[in-house]
Design a binder for this molecule. Structure first.
Ligand code: ADP
Ligand code: MN
Ligand code: MN
Ligand code: MN
Length: 338
């Protein structure tokens, strides 16, 4: 038997963006614990905007488990928040709103800034660095700095060790801006992985005295904002698809445009301006390889006869992948399949 450090992680009740919370309990297991072996736990919901002080217990229900190589016998336990009965999802539990997602695949491209002393890493104390251009996928100290690369590489290794399905990383268009991509079969799996990757990044940055800035437009002016493009495909889109189905899908996305924007992250009007590879927030468009459209159709989609995945470019870096996946699947479910 060994004592394992179980870090129970959940999303609090803050709006419009929930914060990650976590606390540790120690339990003995013969080997690395399986999900079924992890008990429900509780927390004080009055401290997280999830309950009143009088009756403040909320329940943590483990839904995914990851090795945590930063700690001896470390375990990250992603949880859903439940009401005290243990079976009813708490109103802040958006993971529970995801429709049956068998066969749905999601790829999230999480962009973010690394910040210190109130500005992105690599920004001078006064004024601005050289304009955008060389930073995207850049190399060299003047383009990406030193600490940033170290953090990004360490984060990648920690995520891979945790079994998170990272697909890649790159330096982004603005100085101090980065991206990682996570792909998951099953929308809950993909969204769990994004939240746990965010958790690992936030915690890793503590020791560098660096913060992760997820806001979608932290620097005004000619500096890119941060998105979280959501690439998605259902079983039907991959195996049957077709032009008619695609056009029906796009009509449904057009119809539900406002409901999508409502869960695609706060302050998105600052980012979706029609500039910097975005469509403006009040328009819905789609186009082949069009980075200025709301939805970009990859070449592979057309080449294979309207089959495959689509990229919704509107979700932003602060968006909740549970709510984003939930909304996309809801809209997809309104489109009849013959
Ligand atoms: P870009 O920056 O050009 O938009 P990326 O490589 O950063 O491209 O992101 C593409 C994303 O598409 C990846 O996250 C990948 O996992 C995802 N993806 C690829 N194929 C599928 C698929 N069939 N269903 C859902 N997502 C997919
Ligand atoms: Mn990308
Ligand atoms: Mn990007
Ligand atoms: Mn993209």
């Amino acid at each position: 038997m060994a004592k394992y450090k179980l870090e129970y992680i959940w999303l609090d009740g803050y709006t419009p963006v929930p914060n990650l919370r976590g606390k540790t309990q120690i339990k003995e297991y013969a080997s690395f614990p399986k999900l079924e072996e992890l008990p429900n736990w509780g927390f004080d919901g009055s401290s997280t905007q999830q309950a009143e002080g009088k009756s403040s217990d909320c329940v943590l229900k483990p839904v995914a488990v990851y090795p945590d190589t930063t700690r001896k016998n470390g375990v990250l336990v992603m949880c859903e928040v439940m009401l005290p009965d243990g079976v009813t999802p708490h109103p802040t539990n958006h993971r529970a709103t995801i429709l049956d997602d068998a066969g749905t695949w999601f790829g999230f491209e999480q962009e973010y800034f690394l910040y210190q002393d109130g500005r992105p890493l690599g920004f001078p104390e006064e004024g601005f660095p050289a304009p955008q251009g060389p930073y995207y996928t850049g190399v060299g100290f003047k383009n990406v700095g030193d600490v940033a690369r170290q953090i990004v590489e360490e984060h990648l290794d920690l995520c891979l060790d945790a079994g998170i399905n990272h697909e890649g990383i790159n330096a982004e268009v603005a100085k101090g801006q980065w991206e990682f991509q996570i792909f998951g079969k099953g929308s809950k799996k993909a969204a769990d992985d994004v939240w746990v990757a965010r958790y690992i990044l936030n915690r890793l940055c503590e020791k560098y005295c660096v913060d992760v800035e997820y806001h979608c437009k932290p620097i005004k002016g000619d500096w890119n904002g941060s998105g979280m493009h959501a690439n998605f495909s259902t079983e039907y889109m991959r195996s049957v698809g077709g032009k008619d189905y695609f056009e029906g899908l796009m009509a449904a996305f057009q119809k539900h445009m406002d409901e999508h924007i409502a869960v695609y992250g706060p302050d998105n009007h600052l980012r979706l301006t029609g500039l910097h590879e975005t469509q403006s927030i009040d328009k819905f468009t789609y186009g082949l390889a069009d980075r200025g459209a709301s939805i970009r159709i990859p070449h592979s989609f057309i080449n294979s006869g309207y089959k495959g995945y689509l990229e919704d470019r509107r979700p932003n870096s602060q968006g909740d992948p549970y709510q984003i996946a939930s909304r996309i699947l809801k809209t997809v479910s309104t489109v009849p399949t013959p």
